[in-house]
Design a protein around this ligand. Structure first.
Ligand code: CDP
Length: 200
C-alpha cells in the first residue's frame, strides 16, 4: 500500500518546502497542487475549459509563483466545477508507490481524507509575508496584503475551504528554521510508518 502524506495550510506557511524535503527523504512523489490552480488562473480564458485541458506544459510557466498568479489562482479556486475537474488527477497521483506527498488547501479534507499522515502548516502573517517576498523578490507590505486577501478568500469559500482536517497535526513554523520544520515532519512520518509496521 502506498503511503500518502497530505500537507495543507495558508499561503507561504512552509508547506511546499516541507513537502519537497519529505519527498526527497522518503523517495516519494510530490505534487504542489497550488500549481494546478495557478496555471488555470494564469492561462485565462474559460477557467473550466482550462482546468479540463490542463497540460504538464501549463505547469511550467515561469510566472506562476508571482503574487498576481496567486490571486488569479484563488479566484478560480472558488469555482466548484473547476475543483471537481482537478480531483481525479490529484487522487490518482496520491496512490502511487511507494508513496506521495501532496500540498495544498484541501488535501487532508477532500482529496485524500484517508491519508496516512496529515499536516497543517501555519506561521504568523508577518513571517509568511517576509518569506514569500524574499522568495519572489516582491515588496513585503504588498505581499502581506496579497497573502491576507488570498487566505480570507480560501477560508471563506463554500467548496473545500481552507481548514485543518480533524486529525491533522498542526505544525507552527513561525519560530522554526527550515531544517527544524523538516526534522519535525520527518519524525512524524517515521512514527506513523512504524505504527503501520513499516520501519524507515
Ligand atoms: O504557495 P502558496 O501557499 O502561496 O499558494 P499555492 O499553494 O500555490 O496556492 C495558490 C492558490 O490556489 C491558493 O491561494 C488557493 O486559492 C488555491 N488552491 C486551492 O484552492 N486548493 C489547493 N489544493 C491548492 C491551492
Amino acid at each position: 500500500m502506498p503511503f500518502t502524506i497530505a500537507i495543507d495550510g495558508p499561503a507561504a506557511s512552509g508547506k511546499g518546502t516541507i513537502a519537497k524535503a519529505l519527498s526527497r527523504r522518503f523517495g516519494f512523489h510530490h505534487l504542489d497542487t497550488g500549481l494546478l490552480y495557478r496555471a488555470v488562473g494564469a492561462k485565462g480564458g474559460d477557467p473550466l475549459e482550462t482546468a479540463r485541458s490542463l497540460t504538464a506544459r501549463d505547469l511550467q510557466r515561469p510566472d506562476l509563483r508571482s503574487n498576481e498568479a496567486g490571486q488569479a489562482a484563488s479566484r478560480v479556486a472558488i469555482i466548484p466545477e473547476v475543483r471537481l475537474a482537478l480531483v481525479e488527477f490529484q487522487r490518482r497521483f496520491a496512490i502511487q508507490e511507494p508513496g506521495a506527498v501532496l500540498d495544498g488547501r484541501d488535501i487532508g479534507t477532500v482529496i485524500c481524507p484517508n491519508a496516512d499522515l496529515k499536516l497543517y502548516v501555519i506561521a504568523s502573517d508577518e513571517v509568511r509575508a517576509r518569506r514569500r517576498a524574499s522568495e519572489i523578490g516582491a515588496d513585503p507590505a504588498e505581499t502581506l496584503a496579497a497573502l491576507q486577501e488570498r487566505d480570507a478568500r480560501d477560508q471563506e469559500r463554500e467548496t473545500a475551504p481552507l481548514r485543518p482536517a480533524d486529525n491533522a497535526v498542526i505544525l507552527d513554523t513561525t519560530e522554526m528554521s527550515i531544517t527544524e520544520a523538516v526534522t519535525d515532519a520527518v519524525r512524524l512520518v517515521i512514527a506513523r510508518r512504524k505504527g503501520d509496521g513499516k520501519l524507515t
